[in-house]
Structures are given as structure tokens and as C-alpha cells.
Write a new protein. Sequence first.
Lengths: 167, 446
Amino acid sequence: MKVITCRIERCLGCKSCEIACSVEHSKTKVLVSAIQEDPLPRQRIRVLNTGIKDGTYRLKSIALQCRHCDEPFCVDACIAGGITKDPETGVVHFNRENCVGCWSCTMVCPFGAIVRLQDGKVAIKCDRCPDRDVPACVEACPTGALVFGEPEEFSILLDEKESDESP
Amino acid sequence: MSPHKKIVIVGNSAAGIGALESFRSCDRESSLTIISDENRRLYSRCLLSYFLDGSINETGLSFRSDDYLTNLGANFIFNKKVTHVDSEGQVIFCDDDSKFDYDQLLMATGGSPKIPEQIDGKIEGVFVLRTMDDAITIRKSMDNARTAFVLGGGLVGLKAASAFRKSGLDVTVVVRSKHVLSQMIDYDAAQIVMSRLQENGIRVLTQSDIERVESENNKMNGVKVVKYEDDQSNPAEMILSCDILVIAKGVKANVDCIRDTRIECNRGIVTDSEMRTNAENIFAAGDVAETYDVAMEERSINALWTCAIQQGRIAGSNMAGKSRQYDGSLGMNSINFPGVDLISFGAIKGKPDLGFESIVENRPEEGIYKKIILKEGKIKGLILVNKIDNAGVLLSVLRRKIDVVEYKDEILSDYFTYGRLLGSRGQEEMSRYLYAGMNPGRPTNG
């Protein structure tokens, strides 16, 4: 099961991922026309401040989207049964047709990754870009901070992170 | 224990289905029977108000597909009410004199609406909104109705009122307290909600009650409303014309069938952290179960969808021989009406004299209200009106008992997000972030 991970040490907070995500979820999937759509497409990934100082004037950031949890709270919380976990791919699917906008999923998501669509009627979250091999955010990341891969690759990343942090 | 067991689940709603799913993920062999006292296929109670105003139809009320349920391999029995449980003989008895023996039993019998004694629920035009049958009957009577009253300003009451308004009825909500949603939010937050309700054409009578239903030939034609002053003196009385009255004063646990047994029961069936009752091989979950409330730090019934599903899941796993712990229930609600998105949870009434402190941001002109309730540096409760996107992060901070003293100045701002937790909590949080989708177990446990 593949997951998307953001390597904090590489994230510049440039929000290229947010733009790519919005475009991917627009009607036309092209930036110039996407920005003229009404309502504007909304990103399902957000660049967040971590509060970590990196030695310069900047604070380090992280791009965060749905973690597609193993036992997702949102699946339990949805009163319409509209959120399901695919046992094969691990992707947590959000079915917009079912959504009545009750915000139960928003209430329980420990990552704050399910938010309201602009018109305020339904929720949205990362769908792991079903039409793509590599998610749009990962492809758009100019520094390679966002990576997409199998769990084994990430255990290496975690070790790397640990060695980074050790004095 | 032999591998093939007889599992009986009483109740075909959130807790029952949660149990069915988690049981089947561990055990495909044992026989599983689900008994429901309703004559309806699976539906979501929480969606009934959306059915009332026509935004979803009967099929849309389902929260799991028929194919999916068939594949789970359960024998669904409808229209049968369990009247007695023999915990020694491991048999349950039903109202049609049938009986079922079990190896493991889950009581997920839910709750029933409370009806105040001054109101005769049998009068035509007086309703409750609990079951699909209730919703269908109400919807039929809406065709010829002009005026609707809702007694009770909780979640169900306001959702019903909203649905009536959307369908063009003249709606009045009658609440005993000084504001609506008195179990969910405080006075200031309620001011925003009530002004939005009124802008939307829903009349709210606070500190009021319905003292009597006026009827002729057992058909309601009006209600007698009393409005109290602060000191309870000189109540004003009025008789108002009314076609539909919905009673929404909360629910009580359905425990009649175990009242004369040795199963321990207060207001609901007492459960431990594995959702077991004191009787061997009997579990309870959902609106009938009394659990430990992690915010109030006492036992209570949190009759809520999310709690019911999760309790059902824990019970189901444990019935299949696992040992899974429930980390406790929590009062938590989200609601949306035109102009109001609201989430609240936990000890929203925490008073300073009991060691609670609160941080508040009140911007009534923008319709925004945020309040966080802390005790000894930990989050104990939250109210968010019209700025709700970060509620889940704060809920998980509550559940994980994270000390928030270092975040106190920013915790209600947009700056406080999961990113801040990740940035300040080091490797432990990093693993949680990385492995949320890979490891067994919930990301916020532990």
C-alpha cells in the first residue's frame, strides 16, 4: 500500500502542491482555465507551519493531506456511510453523492484533513488522484519533499530523519 | 471455545452493524443473527431529517449497500422484539414467543424518545422522530400541514425544525432552557445559532414549554405554550394553532428486556472497556450502553452515531475472541443549518470553580465563536461556530491528553494545526504521521 509523505527538511512551503491539487480537481484540469472556474476548485492538501525554526528567518512547513488511516475515524463517523476504506489499495474513498454536509468527519479527523468545499455544502479530502499513477501534489513538488511509495521506503526515510536529528 | 459459535446481535443500527463488520473481519465461520424490532432494512437514523425535507429518498437512507451486507453473511430478522434475556441459559425470548440461543450476545437495542408526561403521544399529529416509520408518517402529514412545533432544542429538534422550514412550514421551536442546544453549546454560541435560525424563519421560544396538546376527536388542533420569566413567576400562556408537533426531548435506553435480570443496569447497560456487561458472554454497545466518558471523567450514555459504531466495533472484535479496549466515549456533535456550521464536544459546561478555564474568541458580527475548555493544561471541551475545520485536531489532542500549555496563546488561531503538533512533538508524532495508513490500530491511540 503506497502512501504520500512530506519530508519536512525539504519542504519550502512554496504551495506548488496546493496549486497542482486544485488544478487536478478542477473541471478542466488546466491552470489557466481552472482559475476562472466558478466555484474555484479547492485543494485537498494544505501547507502548514510546523513552528520549527530552521536556522534562517523561515519556519519549516509541511504539506499535509488525508493520511488514509488504517482504521479511519471518518469512516465510523459518517452518518451516510459515504466514506469507505478500500482494503486492496488502502485508499479512504469519499463519495460526494452521499455527503449531506453534517461535518461528522471534520469533527473526528485527527489530521484536520477533511474540510468544507467552498460552497459549504459538502466535505472534501484527498482522493489520492485516482486518474494518475503519481498524485498531482507529488509530481508538482519542486524539491522532492513530497514522496509517494511503499511502506518499506518510508522506514528508510524515518531512519534518515532520525539520523538527521541526532546531534 | 469451539470455532463455530452462535452470535446474536439485537439491534440493526450503528452499533449492530459496527459489531457485524468487525466480527466478520476476524471470524467468517460462526453463524450471526441480527434481530431488529423494526420492519425496515438498514437505514441511518441521523439522515431522517434529510429525508423529511426531501433532500434524500428512502434508498438514500441506507448507510451500507445490500450487496455488501449480504457478503458479510448475517441472518437478518425483522419485526421481532426481544422481551427477555436468560443470561444463565444463554437464550433470548421474543414477543412472538420465538427464542434464540447464543454463545455470544450483543445488546444494541438503542434508545426510545422520551415523552413528557403532560403530553399524550397517541394524539394524531403528535410525533417523535426516531425511526424510519416515524419519518414516513411525519412526511405524509406534512402535505396538509401549515404549522409545525418542535418541543426540544437539541440536535434532533433543530434538524427537524430545519427540515420543516425547508419544506415551507411555519415552524416554532419550544425550549425549556435559555437557549437552544443547551447540552452542546453555551449561551454566547447559541446567540449566533438562534439569530441564524430566526433569519431563516424558524421561531424560537426559550424558557418555554408545551403544557398541553389541544385536540378534538383525538386529533391535535393546537398546543398550549407557557413562557416563564427568569424567576418562574407569572408564566404567560397562549394557545396556538398547530398541525404537527414533534417531541424531541432526548432518548432513554431500551433496557426493558433486561430489567429483571442480573445484568447490571443504571440508566443504560453498564459496560467495561471491552464493551462486556457483568453477565458472561453478553456485550452491550450504542445508545443502550453506559460507558466511561473521557471528558467528563464519569460513566454516562453518549447516545451518538460515532460512539455507537466504535463501541459496536470493539464489541464485535471481542466477541470474535480478540481483546480490544475502548478508549472511552465522548459527547460530540456537529450540525449544519443555513448559516451555521457547528462542532462541539466534551465538557462544554466546565465551570471555573471546578478547575476549568476557558479561552474564547467571540465575533458575533461575523457569526464566529470559538471556545476551548481546559483543565490542568489539557483540553476538556470545545465549541466552534462557523470556523470548524480544525475541530478534529483538537478532538484528538483531547483524546490523547496532550498538555497544551505551550500552545495556549495560539490554540484557537488558524496557526494551530496538525503541523504544529508534528513540529513540536518530535519523533513520536512523526511515526504517527508516517504510519497512519500502514500499521494496525488507530493513529490516535496510545
